[in-house]
Design a binder for this molecule. Sequence first.
Ligand code: GLN
Length: 485
Amino acid sequence: MADMINNEEILKTDALTLGKLIKSGELTSVQVTSAFMDAIRAKDPVINSYITISDAALDEAALIDEKIKKGELTGTFAGVPVAVKDNICTKGMLTSCASRMLSNFIPPYDATVVSKIKEEGMVILGKTNMDEFAMGSTTETSYYGPTVNPCGENRVPGGSSGGSAAAVAADLAPIALGSDTGGSIRQPASFCGVTGLKPTYGTVSRYGLVAFASSLDQIGPIGKTALDCAAMFNLISGIDERDESSAESRKVDVEAVKDFDVKGKKIGIPNEYFGEGIDADVKARVMEAVKYFEDNGAAVETFEMPIVEYAIPTYYIIACAEACSNLSRYDGVKYGYRPEGVDNLMDLYIKSRSEGFGMEVKRRIMLGNFVLSSGYYDAYYNKALQAKALIKKAFDEAFARYDVVIGPVAPTTALKAGESLSDPLKMYLGDICTVLINIVGLPAISVPCGNDGEGLPVGMQIIGKHFDEETILGFAANFQKGGRS
Ligand code: GLN
């Protein structure tokens, strides 16, 4: 049987199936890992989805094969390779956050999610490219150069987890971890035509995730299918005493997700998610997907959510405020980039931060310090917190009536490379559909739902109640089972 599965097929296979084939002995972890390593070597020089490619992956796979044979590793994903975003700490392996500032940072410890995937017996293929410190929507602000979208010539893969999404889309990893502060799992998944889950805030430990905006950051999976994301969520979630904001979560019943029936479920469609600025093709594909659910017995209703108007300012004020204090630790003293030839302490601070950070990171630090300054705190930061309370109220009201809320992931499909670097405001506006979800900590999934006129993937966003990953994964799996993508 093993001979019947060639490398080409391995690369196209979803992570859960690879896990089953390894468990049954039809494939070995070494076979699977080397197929991906060869593909990475052949294709990644162009795609640039990885910052670091592991040189230990094959040795690890061999050890894991031994343990599987002895019955010491029996998990769903034992032996399956995985890619990890470069803002998630990996012991002994560069974790650069795609920044010059951390271009020499080798963490002495693993993030909790990394410990979990290692205990499961997954093989880390490498660390994926991203926008510097996860600030951006295009993966163009990386110190290591931009990632290319495998789905469209000269298109960005989205961001900030653009490397993770592109790696899965280009068959350079069966599954990957990303992080989502304002859309960074969902939007690149949408631009690259793969599935990405942003879990409920607190369900996945942030210990070892380099902080951008701590009240918004959340780690989650990017995979080929909703079922892969469901199983990966089960693996990485769980309470962690090393993360003060971590919460006990319900594990998802993967079988229930597989057989999920949308009949009788209620879908809310916020009109504002389909308003001005949303591409006609995006609107059409998402509405066709909603129609599919309706044809299968779900009840669909539109509703008003005027608070969407405040999504972008609220998010950017909160995110920048938290970022500027989180990033104050990079001062050239304890770790990270340290310039040559400094004369005194102040010089060290100024030079290390001026030379270590890129433009977008500096812009956010300045914005954050501005909104927190004593003269403007009430006008901006306090206002944003008030808006946050109103956003929460709007979603509470919606979820009193609906099981899920559905809209697009982004107003457009993948942008042309270079388009948004010169116009950051335009880039910020592209986050309109995703940022509200982080502000109130809800779970949401990005599911491919067809293409636009140019053949670029469109993503549908399914938003759920707190801790109800199972329902949004169920909707997504139901859609994918119907042969839709
Ligand atoms: N695009 C958003 C930003 O630039 C989201 C980033 C993220 O989720 N990490 O802040």
